[in-house]
Design a protein around this ligand. Structure first.
Ligand code: ZN
Length: 245
């Protein structure tokens, strides 16, 4: 049996053929968070979307212990475009841009030398519950990516073609004006279709994120990339599984 395997390997080399064993490509998990806040909101949905700061810090410590680096979605998109497949990497994303993004999440990320992508709905910036433009500028200066999550957090698939262009485009225009041109998008409610993907391309986005579970293993469909949700109930063991391909 061993002789046969050696003979086959020799024939492969001799004939210049690639070995029949496919080289596994490691994916990059893109993790989806919402809030990290010591104040737990009432109601089951708000509660499940809010992590205790200590739990989030334990996750950052776990990543550091296991030498898993954090990269922004923009950087992952660039790497994949170049044909690279980063290993031992993860993308942390935070949706909705609540004030805790600036006040709790960013200081913890900085403490661990980590980076993340924050997806904000431009129409809510600075309304008292959400981070202000000044806070978003400070976050960006600390190496964080600020991407688009719509103007009023609307499901693009529920809108007319013009409505979707206004909802998504309004965010791109506002960020370009008050911050810097965004390069990636996270769909509110996670939904998209072929015409929404085309809209993303026309808006100049490099990539867009859904809520379809999975790790990013290719850039074949850059406007339908998967993400894994991290909620309050995720203990460190389940976080470890979600943060590795
Ligand atoms: Zn959202």
């Amino acid at each position: 049996m061993i002789r046969l395997a050696l003979l086959l390997a020799f024939l492969c080399v001799a004939l210049g053929a690639a070995p029949a064993v496919a080289r596994p490509i490691e994916g990059v998990p893109v993790l989806m968070y919402h809030k990290v806040d010591p104040h737990t909101p009432p109601g089951p949905v708000g509660r499940s979307l809010t992590l205790e700061p200590a739990a989030f810090e334990a996750q950052l410590a776990w990543l550091r212990t296991h030498a898993i680096r954090t990269m922004t979605m923009n950087d992952l998109a660039d790497a994949l475009k170049r044909g690279e497949h980063p290993r031992n990497a993860v993308v942390l994303t935070f949706d909705d841009g609540y004030s805790d993004a600036a006040e709790v999440v960013t200081p913890l990320l900085r403490k661990y030398g980590a980076r993340a992508s924050f997806y904000i709905s431009a129409g809510f910036v600075g309304d008292g519950r959400h981070a202000s433009w000044a806070q978003l500028r400070t976050m960006r200066a600390a190496g964080m990516e600020i991407g688009c999550h719509g103007t009023h957090h609307l499901d693009l698939t529920h809108l007319s073609r013009t409505g979707a262009a206004r909802e998504a485009g309004g965010c791109v225009v506002a960020l370009s004006r008050y911050l810097s041109p965004p390069t990636t998008y996270a769909y509110a409610a996670g939904r998209w279709n072929a015409s929404i993907a085309d809209l993303m391309r026309r808006l100049g986005m490099k990539a867009a994120l859904t809520e379809r579970p999975g790790a990013v293993t290719s850039f074949a469909a850059p406007y339908a990339l998967p993400r894994r949700r991290i909620d309050r109930s995720a203990g460190l063991a389940s976080f470890a599984a979600l943060a590795t391909p």
